[in-house]
Ligand binder design. Structure first.
Ligand code: NAP
Length: 351
């Protein structure tokens, strides 16, 4: 059995999924949507350094909607619920890496998605590495190794120098520390995207989250820090000495009056910051209790012996590998519990 799939945009996340779809024998790539005019008309294979597939990238939304396909891997810069609903109503399942994730926080959006699922007989699943895996599926799976749980702590460490991203300035690096503390770069809405992850863990343990509290800590650059906007690109920016060189967001979900789930995000512009945080990029799950445990989720070292941060590729793969399960499930909004243990198809194959 094969699944006919459309890749919606080809950023870092989208290209990882596209490469997987081309290479996976159980997937039949039928369409690629792009926004970048330079990519329109290019063969999908050329967009990911693979041989031609015969599928040409298009910026024609109507043509994509008209395609006969089982699933759309939806990975745009910003999710648009109207577009998601249009795809669902046209009978295509949707895996969305940009959400919406939390039904409780976005009830109106989910009401529209519910209606579109019914109209098209299709399913919607929000997915990714975090939210979607490191803060929910992974820790909840690990709770089976515990006798008693006091606290679950999930941390994302990203060294933005070794893992450059285009968003450096937008994220608030290089700004005045007091100004950033007064007006954080992450919107007050941001924890809502992760609330479903926290709720999955709490619900899996039979608990209810009473409230989520937030805290922001800033590290300052101890010298001028040059940075690039992408792996292999030249340095195009500088974080000036004394400005924001690191950000630590902490979100805590409380249950029974105690902090049950804590998410930390340590984003650093390398090692020349004060305070100096751990810059070994990874996800880390610590479960405090009896017996305590720690799991580090990281890529294997590259040729230079350095471990890459794989959050974006993993997001693409978490969506791509869920496609068969999403297509096979009954049509509706699919939570992590609805999907259960996902059984990927086509992964074990010759290189
Ligand atoms: N759940 C998670 O764990 C998780 C983690 C990371 C990211 N994400 C989500 O994944 C999304 C994609 O991340 P990415 O790293 O692949 O981003 P990216 O590299 O910046 O690529 C996004 C792509 O979106 C298209 N695009 C450009 N402008 C757009 C616009 N105004 N509206 C809609 N699409 C536009 C472009 O596609 P073309 O080049 O094909 O034209 C662009 O390459 C993020 O926005 C985020 O919501 C989720």
């Amino acid at each position: 059995m094969t699944y006919r799939v459309i890749q919606w945009v080809t950023g870092v996340v989208g290209r990882t999924a596209l490469k997987h779809f081309i290479e996976n024998p159980v997937i039949d790539l039928v369409g690629v949507y792009v926004t970048n005019p330079a990519k329109v008309g290019k063969d999908a294979g050329a967009l990911v350094d693979l041989p031609d597939t015969g599928v040409m990238a298009t910026d024609d939304v109507d043509a994509i909607v008209a395609l006969d396909a089982d699933c759309v891997m939806y990975a745009p810069l910003v999710s648009d619920v109207d577009t998601i609903c249009r795809l669902l109503a046209s009978g295509k399942n949707v895996a969305s890496v940009g959400g919406p994730f939390s039904r409780r926080h976005y009830p109106d959006q989910f009401a529209r998605i519910d209606a579109a699922c019914v109209a098209g007989g299709a399913s919607y699943h929000a997915c990714g590495v975090h939210p979607g895996f490191s803060g929910d599926i992974l820790p909840l799976t690990l709770t089976r190794l515990m006798n008693r749980i006091d606290r679950i702590v999930v941390t994302e460490f990203i060294d933005k120098i070794r893992n450059p991203m285009v968003y450096t300035e937008m994220m608030g690096f290089g700004r005045d520390p007091e100004a950033l503390l007064a007006q954080p770069s992450r919107s007050p809405e941001a924890p809502n995207a992760f609330a479903q992850s926290m709720a999955v863990v709490a619900e899996g343990l039979g608990k209810t989250i009473e409230r989520v509290t937030t805290r922001l800590e800033v590290a300052t650059a101890t010298r001028d820090i040059p940075y690039s906007l992408g792996v292999g690109l030249p340095d195009t920016g500088v974080v000036r000495q004394g400005t924001v060189g690191g950000q630590h967001y902490e979100w805590t979900a409380w249950a029974d009056g105690n902090p049950l789930i804590v998410y930390h995000f340590y984003w650093s512009m390398g090692e020349h910051i004060q305070p100096r945080w751990d810059i070994d990029s990874r996800y880390q799950v610590v479960i405090e209790g009896d017996p305590g445990l720690e799991v580090r989720l990281t890529g294997l070292p590259d040729a230079n012996g350095e471990r890459p941060f794989l959050g974006l590729p993993w997001t693409g793969l978490l969506g791509a590998t869920a496609v068969p399960a999403i297509c096979d499930a009954p049509p509706r909004v699919l939570t992590q519990f609805d999907l259960g243990i996902v059984q990927p198809r086509g992964l074990v194959r010759p290189a």
